[in-house]
Ligand binder design. Sequence first.
Ligand code: ATP
Length: 603
Amino acid sequence: MHSEEENCFGCKKAIKTMKYFYKQAIDYKPGYFILIIGSILVSSITPFINILFPKYIIDELLGDKNTNRIIQLVAFIVIGNMICNMLKNAIDENLGKYADSFERYFNIKISRKSIEMDFEHTENSDVLNQAQKAETGMSWYSGGIDGLTKCFVSIISSIITLTGVTVVIVTKSSLLLLVIAITIGITTILNAKKNAIQVKAFQGLVALNRAFGYIFWQLSNFKYGKDIRLYGADDMMMQKAKDNNEETTRVWKKQALSTLPYNEIDSVITAIRDGITYFYLGYKAIKRVISIGDFTMLSSAASTFSESLTSMIFNVQEIHKKLQFMNEYMVFMNYENSLVRGEEKVKKKDEYEFQFVHVSFKYPRSEDYVLKDINLTIKSGEHLSVVGLNGAGKTTFIKLLCRLYEVSEGEILLNGVNIKEYDYEEYMKIFSVVFQDFKLLSFSIKENVALGHSLQDTDEKVTEHLKLSGLSDKVATLEKGIETSIYKQFEEDGIEPSGGEAQKLAIARALYKNAPIIILDEPTAALDPIAEYEIYNHFDQLVGKKTAVYISHRLSSCKFCDRIIVFGEGTVAESGTHEELLNKQGGIYSKMFNAQAQYYVNV
Ligand SMILES: Nc1ncnc2c1ncn2[C@@H]1O[C@H](COP(=O)(O)OP(=O)(O)OP(=O)(O)O)[C@@H](O)[C@H]1O
């Protein structure tokens, strides 16, 4: 939530935001700003052509009636307007291309920030809302750099036009300026009120837009099609989408109804201003204080004056509003990472011993401890199995080990050094992890396996690891082999891997990374019994002397491990080898194992 002080978007904050964006934009695309200068020049010149030359034509028509001169003047107007329009079109066309490029530039930065921010932020709905605000605030709400710059262009052009037009009006009728200035003062106040309503509505729409994006994604993503169809959830999903749509419409409608009176008053004031201008100038022309040519020029100058002044003030207010939208991007980009990131290098050696010393943990914004006073050592090269009932804290234990979360109490040591003291990226490199909810990307099999590594000369190595994980037979049947795309999102001949195939791919990816510590969270849950048997048969080949941690509900897999730890109610309830734990009367492990074995024995 923004505090009261933060909500007040004053001049200082606006200038800071402006500097922040323009510094990056100028570095990224300086060419854009050269075009902008051209745009300012063209849009400043055009109004003068249409104010000055018609006066001379009328004066000529009512005076000397010199045909050649009239033709010359008309040619000036027509050709001048044509050249200005052509230049404007050429500039606008090029500016459009930059607008897109700026939008992508800042979107990429949002993505990078999302990846680099503390993992715990990615599960925080405030942060997710802020990411949404950053993205929409930088795109269609503000128009991004291009939208903001166009406002500046308009302001500068308006100032140039205003200066010229003021000179024209002052020489003939300065009272007119006063009338226009007063009416514009009123419309400015109305506009400020309208903007405040729009900014408030934007804040209210963020959560709705994010929810709609989620529902839309689930509905249109065929991966979720099975569940939605079989559970008949389509009506419920459609209802949620409809409710969301109605709520969004309600917010828009409320905004429109709130701003409508201001728009209507604005129209009345503009009409009064135009009426006064025409009556006043008409009266002067009838009294022959000004010529007919002057009447035309002054009425056109008066309307240009009010248009330019209105546009200038409108654009100042627009800039203020747009900067508030764009500021949301800054807020997101400035999220501090709270995870301590040390500088100690992880020494490359064969020994990696971890110690959990009185480790307790509760998730952020939660009062309940998920893990309580965990004390254990994972010896280098040990194959450790972690078991326990659902929700016992097994995955949380892995998340702490991999530093996705900071422990709440106690410490985790690697080779005697607190893991906080290690360089974060270096520390991450020592783990190959397959999480329960691992993700494959819509890229080729090769890219999925060699993820994060160079793709040069990798074919053989990728094939080798696919063989280890038991996927080579499947890949051999594919026309494009390891170049085959996963999923059909971008390639028609992409494959839809089965649950087991996807898991084998994820295992191949983890093995390919060749990190000294392998962690597999439910590694064989989706594998058929033969594939599971194969994996465990090649266990030593797969993992070798590396330290390995397995989380599994298939207790038969625990036999392969040196030691088993059993989590229960947030603590390490039991620890020992398969045989030791099985012999422990009334123990959690023996109960779970016997319950599972019963199914097979009783068949
Ligand atoms: N991001 C989170 N925020 C708050 N609570 C969480 C979060 N992730 C998990 N929990 C809670 O922590 C507890 C332990 O979850 P964890 O995923 O570690 O269990 P698990 O032993 O791996 O379970 P399973 O066998 O079902 O995979 C659960 O009660 C879960 O609801």
